[in-house]
Design a protein around this ligand. Structure first.
Ligand SMILES: Cc1cc2nc3c(=O)[nH]c(=O)nc-3n(C[C@H](O)[C@H](O)[C@H](O)COP(=O)(O)OP(=O)(O)OC[C@H]3O[C@@H](n4cnc5c(N)ncnc54)[C@H](O)[C@@H]3O)c2cc1C
Ligand code: FES
Length: 262
């Protein structure tokens, strides 16, 4: 098992009232692939999984949503503060084809930014960024800078398409035959995207979040239908996702108890 490397926060950017991007430098993490994650240790609080983005000039980034003890402690970090990092871990998103649709929302918005950066010149990419309202449409400029075409949906209609991200994605799929669809964000959103891709016979990849502890495949905290998400995922192809009984329907409490997704 890896031990955390101590890194210093080099920059912080507030992305919304709940979201902050932290930057840090770490040579071992810099080799990451889009969709991989690190375990971030806040001494005295907890160690939690976070997807990676950034990387230009060695400046790696995590987009943090402040929701519980550890993510609130991370969101409060200042330039110069120290955190522990181990990883990167897991299977990344793969570039499979030239016409790509990406559907993202919430903290799931970040891992596909580096995918677009690295696919630049090799693929033509439409990105649907969904948010509850305009304030929660995250990282639009980063996608535009990576050369992707951005389409926005908001649940309350405060910006772009009035409705859910999968509905906007369906409207795009009616017009364009995509080679692959990549999705990351709330699990119900991803389930709707995967189901639509199944109906249309379009390939799809999605990143599935579950409780993670060891992150190296030994504790079984992240086990879903025989798949260890930290090692065999978090990014899975449609063929595997449709076999997961829990995907889009159930999550696990820290104790392992299964409960319906809300
Ligand atoms: C592969 C992966 C990538 C992730 N990437 C990001 C990211 O880029 N940005 C981000 O803000 N969040 C990300 N998360 C979710 C993040 O890890 C949890 O929100 C965080 O662990 C919450 O911890 P907390 O102490 O703040 O909240 P808590 O109150 O302890 O937990 C709130 C909820 O977060 C989830 N959670 C808590 N601990 C864990 C854990 N060890 N593993 C998985 N889920 C947990 C549970 O659903 C829990 O109900 C990712 C999760 C996974 C599995
Ligand atoms: S987190 Fe331990 S096996 Fe996946």
């Amino acid at each position: 098992m890896d031990y955390p490397r101590t890194v210093r926060v080099t920059d912080t950017v507030r992305e919304s009232s709940r979201h902050v991007t932290l930057s840090f430098e770490d040579a071992a993490t810099a080799r990451y692939e889009p969709g991989q994650f690190v375990m971030v240790w806040v001494p005295g609080v907890d160690e939690v999984p976070m997807a990676l983005w950034g990387g230009a000039k060695g400046r790696l980034k995590i987009l943090v949503e402040a929701k519980g003890d550890c993510t609130k402690a991370l969101a409060d970090k200042k330039v110069g503060d120290l955190v522990g990092i181990r990883g990167p871990y897991g299977k990344p998103f793969l570039l499979r084809g030239r016409r790509i649709l990406i559907v993202v929302g919430g903290t799931g918005t970040s891992p596909l930014v580096p995918f677009c950066e690295r696919a630049r010149g090799k693929a033509d990419i439409d990105v649907v960024i969904g948010g509850r309202s305009k304030e929660f449409v995250l990282l639009r400029k980063a996608y535009e800078a990576a050369g992707a075409r951005v389409h926005v949906s908001t649940d309350d209609g405060s910006e772009g398409f009035h409705g859910r991200a999968p509905d906007l994605a369906n409207a795009l799929m009616d017009k364009v035959r995509y080679d692959d669809v990549l999705t990351c964000g709330p699990e119900r959103m991803m389930r709707a995207v995967v189901d639509e891709c199944t109906r249309r016979g379009v390939p799809c990849q999605a990143s599935v979040e579950r409780w993670m502890k060891c992150a190296v495949g030994i504790c079984d905290a992240c086990l879903v239908d025989g798949i260890r998400l930290c090692r065999d995922g978090p990014v899975l192809p449609k063929e595997v996702l449709v076999r997961l009984e829990d995907f889009g329907r159930f999550e696990r409490e820290p104790s392992g108890v299964r409960r319906a997704l809300h």
